[in-house]
Design a protein around this ligand. Structure first.
Ligand SMILES: *[C@@H]1O[C@H](CO)[C@@H](O)[C@H](O)[C@H]1NC(C)=O
Ligand SMILES: *[C@@H]1O[C@H](CO)[C@@H](O)[C@H](O)[C@H]1NC(C)=O
Ligand SMILES: *[C@@H]1O[C@H](CO)[C@@H](O)[C@H](O)[C@H]1NC(C)=O
Ligand SMILES: [Ca+2]
Ligand SMILES: [Ca+2]
Length: 677
């Protein structure tokens, strides 16, 4: 190290030598573990649960699946520190590889974004790729660039805008940028950049198909990745002196699956000729994407992990000792801050205000981070409005005879704490559900009861951008409501309520509403038995709704036998009839929550059995995980000998899937880890 100027940050490829803030001594921060960053896999790890604004499209002309984007692309992003875990700097040399289909346009003012890296709290693009009518534009900044000074380099290239598929590779190295199109044409330009061009990724986010200012990308994206190093075109493109192809004609007549996206047609191999250079095709046998080049189907880069993982077993990971029993959990990420979990804590034998816990994921475990005073907390919901991050709690209060406030807290990035933003008067609130329709934000509050009256109104609130508050816009009559669940189906917004008890019986109707001209109108009803939770999920293109039925009380069970034992029902959408129809019923014991999740290609439903002791068989202490097995439907696969549970949540961090549940009877909730094979 001797002889190097200690005052500058000095970069060696793969290593960053920076100064330790406290000692002033140089420290080595290895960045060499940076792997190719598959941006599409990052924003959409699960193709059955795509983020809002992202859809799968089938291109019949080229026989392949790709992603398409709608105007609500704001949620298609992830924090840069998820991939830049060891250092906060973008590689000095890097390449961007995108396989895209750009629609033709006559609009001279087209300005569409393919991706961008932007700081969480500002709109200044650090790095981005845009398209105008006939140019491809790279926006960038470096550490010497003042923040508003975005630099750009643009390439005019008519061929890219002919409406077909093209592979674009941009390589940044030193003071040059090279654009390679379809592995054929290469153009290099000089850029204005100071060496070393440290581009900080701290507190930044990657956005796909959107940047601030520009419109979302209106074409299709098949592949989008960033690679450290400047040799992407060498890695992705075949050699200029083709040798004998190492690759047999791939199509053997068996039905193909294109990029594992279901619903694919059989993929006949298109002819690869000089004329079709640049065409893409997915080889199901070797699971590689191939590009037609020089009359040969050549493989191009693919995600390293293609084989889907399967669940092997679930193991204990962490006990969460809580100040009071826990009814509900909500796990979320605050951009640039990390992973958090809020817990609705409530001991109903103590009538005073009680604290609910906010946990932060720290060094591989949940640590208590902040306590928030709640009043019979029932459930938490997190959401983001623009750059503001919120969590909202549904407070039951101390009695059915009194109104209580449910509270919306906002994250303050200076103090790194949640503070009260708005209080909403509610009656024994059980649930708050946030959703977004056409760029407007809403919350639905489930009001449970008012004194002896179970039939009361639950309320829909809309975010007032000027006042920065929610205001009530619609009241919907509900019957001891427990839960609201929002989902989107073919672009329509739905809201389903779990109605639990009308004072005589728990066997009553729960109602599904659809959004029409600014309000929710009834769409369908379901007979439920003490319903407490709805879960919406998709398997392929099919939509399902599962209801948790918790309590069988009323004339239908006049002997009051096994009141906790109910059939909980899973419904499936019949697209022809435009109705959800009964798909399967599952015998449950005070079911409070369904949680759907996926591991690899498998679909699971976790069920919390809050009593999980059917009367007369006290040994049964289980939560159950069901796995979907096609025509066999959901099959019970795992019994978890847990404490009684009222809520299950799953989340992934560091490539690992965790399951966490809330225990509403004791002061211990638990976190489990899924082991895969
Ligand atoms: C659940 O459904 C099954 C089959 O439909 C029925 O035989 C059983 O009686 C039901 N159990 C309860 C508790 O409703
Ligand atoms: C709930 O509060 C009561 C009264 O203070 C106490 O006796 C009980 O142990 C508490 N329960 C739990 C699980 O903390
Ligand atoms: C949790 O409950 C157990 C048993 O009821 C008790 O021994 C323990 O002190 C409680 N812990 C806390 C932190 O309240
Ligand atoms: Ca809900
Ligand atoms: Ca849940």
């Amino acid at each position: 190290m001797d002889g190097m100027c200690p005052n500058i940050f000095y970069i060696i490829w793969g290593l960053i030598l920076a100064l330790n803030e406290t000692t002033g001594m140089p420290v080595l921060t290895p960045c060499s573990d940076l792997k190719p960053l598959y941006l599409l896999n990052r924003v959409a790890p699960d193709r059955h649960h795509l983020p809002r604004g992202m859809e799968i499209a089938y291109d019949d002309e080229y026989l392949l699946h790709a992603y398409r984007f709608t105007s609500s692309t704001q949620s298609i992003h992830f924090p840069a520190n998820e991939i830049f875990t060891k250092c906060d700097f973008f590689p000095e040399e890097f390449s961007i590889l995108a396989t895209v289909k750009i629609p033709k346009t006559s609009n001279n003012r087209r300005d569409e974004c393919i991706f961008s890296l932007v700081p969480t709290l500002s709109n200044n693009i650090k790095l981005g790729l845009r398209l105008t009518k006939d140019k491809i534009v790279l926006d960038y900044s470096d550490h010497k660039t003042s923040l508003d000074e975005k630099k750009t380099v643009a390439y005019k290239n008519k061929k890219l805008f002919d409406g077909g598929w093209h592979t674009i590779i941009i390589t940044v190295s030193g003071n040059t940028v090279t654009l390679t199109t379809d592995c054929q044409k290469t153009r290099t330009k000089r850029i204005d950049r100071i060496f070393p061009a440290l581009l900080s990724t701290k507190d930044s986010e990657f956005h796909v198909a959107n940047c601030h200012g520009a419109k979302h990308f209106s074409g299709l994206i098949k592949q989008l990745l960033i690679l450290p190093g400047s040799d992407a075109s060498k890695r992705a493109c075949p050699s200029k002196t083709p040798s004998i192809p190492d690759f047999k004609p791939p199509y053997d007549g068996s039905p193909g699956e294109d990029n594992n996206i279901p619903g694919s047609l059989t993929t006949p191999v298109a002819q690869c000729t000089w004329r079709t250079t640049g065409k893409l095709w997915y080889d199901v046998h070797s699971k590689t994407l191939r590009v037609c080049y020089s009359g040969i189907w050549q493989p191009i880069l693919q995600p390293p992990e293609q084989k889907p993982k399967q669940l092997d077993y679930i193991e204990w990971y962490q006990d969460l000792i809580t100040p009071a029993p826990a009814i509900d959990l909500d796990v979320f990420r605050i951009p640039g801050e990390g992973l958090f979990m809020t817990m609705a804590n409530y001991n109903d034998s103590r009538k005073t205000n009680q604290a609910s816990v906010v946990y932060k994921w720290t060094k591989g475990t949940f640590r208590m981070y902040q306590l928030l005073t709640t009043h019979g907390a029932q459930s938490w919901e997190h959401f983001r409005i623009g750059k503001m991050f919120f969590i909202a709690v549904a407070n039951y209060g101390s009695s059915r005879n009194e109104q209580t406030s449910s509270v919306i807290y906002r994250w303050h990035s200076k103090t790194k704490r949640f503070r009260i933003h708005q209080e909403i008067l509610t009656w024994t609130a059980r649930d708050i559900e946030h959703f977004k329709i056409d760029k407007e934000h809403y919350i639905a509050v489930a009001n449970h009861a008012k004194g002896q009256e179970n039939k009361i109104n639950s309320i829909i609130y809309k975010w007032d951008k000027k006042m920065r508050k929610f205001r009530s816009i619609q009241e919907i009559p509900t019957v001891a409501a427990y839960d609201w669940t929002h989902f989107v189906l073919d672009g329509y917004h739905f809201l389903v309520v779990a109605n639990a008890f009308n004072g005589v019986t728990t066997r009553i109707d729960s109602t599904l509403y659809v959004w029409q001209s600014g309000q929710f109108v009834q769409f369908q009803t379901f007979e439920t038995t003490g319903a407490t939770d709805w879960e919406h999920f998709r398997i392929g293109y099919d939509h399902y709704l599962a209801v948790a039925n918790a309590f069988n009380y009323g004339p239908q069970n006049f002997e009051n036998r096994d009141t906790y034992t109910c059939n909980s029902t899973i419904y499936k959408l019949n697209r022809v009839k435009k109705q959800f129809e009964r798909y399967q019923t599952i015998l449950t014991h005070s079911a409070i929550d369904w949680e759907s999740f996926r591991i690899g290609d498998d679909h699971y439903l976790a069920l919390s059995n809050a009593q999980n002791e059917p009367e007369n068989s006290p040994s049964e202490k289980t939560s159950v995980i069901y796995r979907w097995r096609g025509v066999e439907k959901f099959v019970e696969e795992r019994k978890l000998y847990t404490f009684p549970s009222t809520d299950w949540e799953t989340f992934r961090t560091g490539g690992i899937t965790y399951l966490v549940y809330a225990n509403a009877k004791e002061n211990i909730s638990q976190l489990y880890k899924a082991r895969l094979i």
